[in-house]
Write a protein of this length. Structure first.
Length: 235
């Protein structure tokens, strides 16, 4: 473990999981700060300013989703949920509360490391929208010119398609729920109109995917939402 490694706050009450993550992350240069309760997690988040927070949902003094909401009131540190809860409603609830990613137990070290790398890139980025040019894999979005290219080929998008693609590109590698997308692209009044997203995503895939029936960039997270695949993140 190197002294200069990124600080990760682990909020997890299971001793076996804590030992596993302590060894795995320490061997890859991360500095781990550990909490076993909601209260400890909130205190350590404030005192240590971690680059990434790994958060279990089932904690002895409360629920991790409630902690996520409280942290989001003042912290922009990326939150990766690690939980045995694999139901769609749990994933949607955590992501809507402000989590950046969701990993279901059991998981492999390599997948966790990939999610952490994506989270670190998000955390290190400038304020969303500040970068004039967004580049994700073969996709390039020149925001001042409102020009979109894929492997150098110009793409013509409708205003809604453009806003949708920019939102996904600003959050590349991060899962966005249907509700998050609707709120950001269509406004709060459209929060229940999930078919808007499905229709526009299908049209967007026709324009930027080599094979729209087997999308490589615009990935569906079944029952949860969508993400624009970050080339350095998990598939």
């Amino acid at each position: 473990m190197t002294a200069a490694g990124p600080v990760i706050l682990l909020v997890e009450d299971e001793p076996q999981m804590r030992r596993f993550l302590r060894a795995s992350l320490g061997s890859h240069g991360f500095r781990l700060v550990e909490a076993g309760t909601v209260r400890e997690g909130e205190q350590l988040a404030a005192s240590h300013n971690p680059e990434v927070i790994l958060l279990d949902l089932g904690l002895p003094d409360g629920d991790g989703i409630d902690l996520t909401r409280r942290l989001r009131e003042w912290s922009r540190a990326p939150i990766v949920v690690i939980s045995a809860r694999g139901r769609e409603e749990d994933k949607v609830g955590a992501l809507d509360a402000g989590a950046d990613d969701y990993l279901t137990k059991p998981f492999g070290v390599n997948e966790l490391l990939a999610r952490i790398r994506v989270a670190l890139r998000h955390g290190a980025g400038a304020t969303p929208g500040a970068e004039p040019v967004l580049e994700v894999g073969p996709l390039r979005i020149d925001q001042p010119r409102r020009e979109v290219t894929v492997t150098g080929r110009a793409i013509r998008l409708t205003p809604i398609e453009y806003r949708l693609l920019v939102l996904l590109a600003r959050n590349a590698g991060r899962v966005l729920t249907h509700r998050q997308i609707l709120r950001e692209v269509w406004g709060p009044g459209a929060a229940e109109q999930t078919h808007y997203v499905r229709v526009q995503m299908a049209e967007l895939r026709k324009k930027i995917e080599a094979d729209p029936t087997r999308p490589a960039l615009l990935v569906t997270e079944q029952g949860v939402g969508y993400r624009l695949r970050d080339g350095g993140g998990p598939p």
